[in-house]
Design a protein around this ligand. Structure first.
Ligand code: ATP
Ligand code: MG
Length: 408
């Protein structure tokens, strides 16, 4: 087993997790840090989740520690609770009999680190770091890291055949790390792009957003187009021209709402089509709502019709998102114009109105019923449009006169 490099200083997240590794080893098993956190440590990047791999079987892990949770025991993962932290400890495993080009049908637990590293996607993700700082690098992941390369572990064609999501992951890491995809791996993506259709859209969604939020989203999006992956995901498959145009814009620094709103706007989708777009990509209702408000506000900006009422309906999140996107799209509007106009609105929600339904009833202006709602809506709109001041007396007077008009 080739040990190439030793790490002298662990990041704090690893320091804190060392007792877990040591305890597993004291019980006679092997344990290592693996996956993204090892990669990111070597690259000097911030790490998030600390993944631990071990030769101990899940039942054995549970015997070693007092407090564990079966988070994914069928895949060999046990969460170990320690001083307020939770660590995913996963038994070394191989994955066998892939069908339908996605996730394996079954995982087999093994005692060998080598077998576990072999099933991992890319060489830079197939490193193991031991408690004493030694790195196990069986596929020259460290060299690839130096050369800024994403390279499949083993034979790329086979690996993408096993799990087609890996093609999206290659592009995601390429954008996140600003790495190239090694030519053979890239060729295999070209050949297997169509298999992306077999993958659950939620999984593609996750990798796509990570790609777009990486440091090189343009690189990632261009690769998706060039390698034919864009032809095998919802909506994008029918939007070749728009997609190419969008891929020319400066796309760094977008958040999740802005990403989807940019595409929805670029594809010239209306409200109903935006909802379908977001459903196709299995997005949450909350995301769909903000994306839809942002994209519709952008339409209004493009048509020169983004007035107070449109800003009020969009709300702060969509207003801020639309401001940012308007600049990226070179729409004719000054930076932060929407947000500053939004800030000046007298009210941000109906609750901010200086008069309530109860006030109108107590003052005997109206009785409960549909007209009460209509009058309040009317007042709300007039205040938003600055036709009325948000002032109790003024609104009470206005309510009386609106009612008068209504009953004539
Ligand atoms: P991130 O920093 O975004 O979490 P990561 O590399 O940790 O990146 P995860 O999706 O958390 O990515 O996966 C953890 C590890 O599991 C990977 O580093 C890789 O070794 C392995 N892995 C994940 N998905 C796959 C896959 N589809 N095929 C093979 N190995 C995978
Ligand atoms: Mg991870």
């Amino acid at each position: 087993m080739a040990i190439i490099v030793k790490i002298n200083k662990f990041p704090i997240e690893f320091e804190e997790a060392l007792p877990i590794l040591r305890k597993i080893e004291a019980a006679g098993f092997e344990a290592y840090f693996v996956g993204g956190s090892v990669r990111d440590t070597i690259l000097g990047r911030e790490i998030h989740d600390v993944d631990i791999a071990t030769s101990a079987y899940p039942e054995e892990v549970k015997q070693i520690f007092d407090r564990t949770v079966d988070t994914g025991i069928q895949h060999g993962t046990v969460m170990v609770l320690d001083h307020g932290n939770g660590y995913e400890v996963t038994t070394f495993r191989t994955e066998s009999t892939y069908q339908d080009y996605r996730r394996p049908d079954e995982v087999t637990f093994v005692r060998s680190l080598e077998e576990d590293l072999k099933r991992r996607d890319f060489t830079i993700n197939a490193l193991a770091l031991s408690e004493n700082g030694e790195i196990t690098d069986l596929f020259s992941g460290l060299d690839d890291m130096k050369n800024h390369l994403i390279r499949a572990v083993g034979v790329p064609d086979e690996r993408f055949n096993e799990d087609a999501l890996r093609m999206m992951r290659a592009i995601r890491f390429s954008s996140q790390l600003d790495f190239d995809i090694e030519p053979e791996t890239e060729g295999a993506i070209d050949r297997h792009a169509h298999l992306l259709e077999k993958i659950a859209i939620e999984r593609i969604h996750e990798e796509f957003v990570k790609m777009m939020m990486g440091v090189r989203p343009n690189l990632g999006l261009n690769k998706m187009i060039e390698m034919g992956l864009a032809k095998h995901v919802p909506d994008f498959k029918d939007q070749e021209t728009a997609l190419k145009q969008l891929s020319q814009l400066p796309l760094t620094g977008l958040d999740e709402i802005q990403i989807w709103a940019l595409f929805a706007f670029g594809f010239k989708y209306d409200q109903a089509r935006i909802n379908k777009f977001m459903r196709n990509w299995k997005s949450s209702n909350q995301l769909t709502e903000e994306v839809s408000k942002t994209a519709l506000l952008l339409n209004e900006v493009a048509e020169g019709q983004a007035g107070n009422l449109e800003l009020y309906k969009a709300g702060e999140t969509a207003v801020v998102a639309a401001d940012h996107l308007a600049q990226i799209l070179s729409l004719p509007i000054e930076p932060d114009k929407l947000a500053s106009k939004y800030k000046q609105l007298q009210i941000k929600t109906k609750r901010d109105l200086a008069i309530s339904a109860k006030d109108l009833i107590t003052n005997k202006v109206l009785t409960p019923g549909p007209q009460l709602g209509q009058v309040l809506n009317n007042l709300e709109q007039s205040v938003v449009e600055n036709k009325l001041n948000n002032n109790y007396v003024e609104l009470l007077t206005a309510a009386k006169s609106i009612k008068g008009e209504g009953s004539n």
